[in-house]
Design a protein around this ligand. Sequence first.
Ligand SMILES: NC(=O)c1ccc[n+]([C@@H]2O[C@H](COP(=O)([O-])OP(=O)(O)OC[C@H]3O[C@@H](n4cnc5c(N)ncnc54)[C@H](OP(=O)(O)O)[C@@H]3O)[C@@H](O)[C@H]2O)c1
Length: 322
Amino acid sequence: MSRQPLRWGILGTGKIAEKFAAQLVQAPSAKLAAVGSRSPDQARAFAARHGCPEHGSYEAVLSQVGVDAVYLSLPNLLHHRWTLEALQAGKHVLCEKPLAVNVEQAEEMFAVARRSERMLVEAFMYRCHGAVREVIATVRPGGIGEVRVIRTNFTFNRAASRDDVRYRPELAGGSLMDVGCYCINFARAITAQEPAGMHAVAHLHELGVDDYAAGVLGFPSGAVCSFTCGMTVENDRTTFIGGSEGRIAIEDPWFCNGEFTVIRGDERDTITVPEALPPYALEAEMFARVVRGEEGPWITPEDSLGNIRVLEMLRRQVGLPY
Ligand SMILES: NC(=O)c1ccc[n+]([C@@H]2O[C@H](COP(=O)([O-])OP(=O)(O)OC[C@H]3O[C@@H](n4cnc5c(N)ncnc54)[C@H](OP(=O)(O)O)[C@@H]3O)[C@@H](O)[C@H]2O)c1
């Protein structure tokens, strides 16, 4: 496989696209080759900030032969449509979380990726960090005994506004979609199982989305997980994993500083796993290795499908569409 840098096209000029582009310069395997926006002015301003060619539509980016891979950071509802278009245009796709609004969409996206012989990976950046990988590698073989209890949280507090895609029900916003998906993903990764039972309770904001919610998941092994997610709640990003022979605490797996603590009896170890690259550059490097066939995706299609299955069920339970 080619050792040339992977040439990225970015669709959309939003907040996370900005961060991804800013960090891409630190990824040795990456080159920013194009940005596309619905607005030519936005595209021009973004391109000027990041030094790449700009296009006044997403289609124009997909038609560039000099683009190998697309970073798709559009509102949740648009992930399905633009992933399909990108794959059919022969591009690999790193699509933001949550990959799709329901299992049916996600299955179609992976089927088209297989047919097009292109990679499609859901951009759960937190799973690229060495410390998060180390937590998972510690608990799965019984490093704290049997995993029995997981508490995991992702809340933040930002003014509610229809200008924010997270508050647009017609674009599949809401806290379960935006940040609950991380908690579900981490609990499933820790247990390496799909939940057998689940329940969620959500608070519905007047703008029509769940602005905060809590959920419980029960796993076939007997492990139970409780999680909270929220967009109008002061920050809590902590995760606690309680086992029969020890426990692990990680302050913030989502934007990880590389540290977690393992406690077994009176023994307390703080483990540090530093990363040389910032998180989105790390993710771009991993994606390049996946495209080159050097390693499998850090989020497999089965992982994405399992996550969306849970999200879809919980959203139905609380009366949200999709
Ligand atoms: N991995 C992470 O750390 C992380 C963090 C935040 C968000 N995300 C995910 O990334 C995606 C985007 O989130 P964001 O915070 O970057 O959102 P955002 O700032 O609102 O950006 C979304 C972009 O999508 C484009 N867009 C196309 N149709 C749109 C429409 N009808 N309404 C609004 N925007 C539209 C716009 O770009 P143009 O106008 O230029 O076309 C807009 O700037 C979401 O799926 C979210 O879950 C991931």
